[in-house]
Design a protein around this ligand. Structure first.
Ligand code: AMP
Ligand code: ZN
Length: 112
């Protein structure tokens, strides 16, 4: 399958890794929108939030147990923002589920 985040997850395409285990990978975004901008992807091809099911949701819940640990390691004690873009109207450009972790600056109350 020609999916860039599958290729990053299996090591075919290099990335600047922050965290890895058997279920997920976290790596720095190529085009950072904040001082810390990390992407969390499941090591299973789930195209978007619309494709989360009872069968694959363990990948998603696992990612959300890893996010706070990575955020702490990256020094985001003051908080951070998690963003997911789902589909065209949200501007999803890579069709492999990913959660953006943004932090390292005060982002205010607006969504982005
Ligand atoms: P989205 O708009 O939510 O689909 O976000 C896709 C994100 O992936 C963007 O923030 C891109 O900068 C990022 N991105 C695309 N290709 C790579 C790559 N090879 N390594 C790291 N980040 C990437
Ligand atoms: Zn994929």
């Amino acid at each position: 399958m020609d999916c860039i985040f599958c290729k990053i997850a299996n090591g075919e395409i290099p990335s600047k890794k922050v965290y890895e285990d058997d279920k997920c990978l976290a790596f720095y975004d190529l085009n950072p929108q904040a001082p810390v901008h990390v992407l969390f992807v499941p090591k299973s091809h789930i195209a978007s939030v619309n494709e989360i099911t009872e069968e694959n949701s363990d990948y998603v819940s696992h990612i959300f147990t890893v996010i706070p640990k990575v955020a702490k390691e990256l020094g985001l004690e003051n908080g951070y923002r998690i963003i997911n873009n789902c589909g065209a109207d949200a501007g999803q450009t890579v069709m492999h589920l990913h959660f953006h972790l943004l932090g390292g600056k005060e982002m205010g109350e607006k969504i982005i």
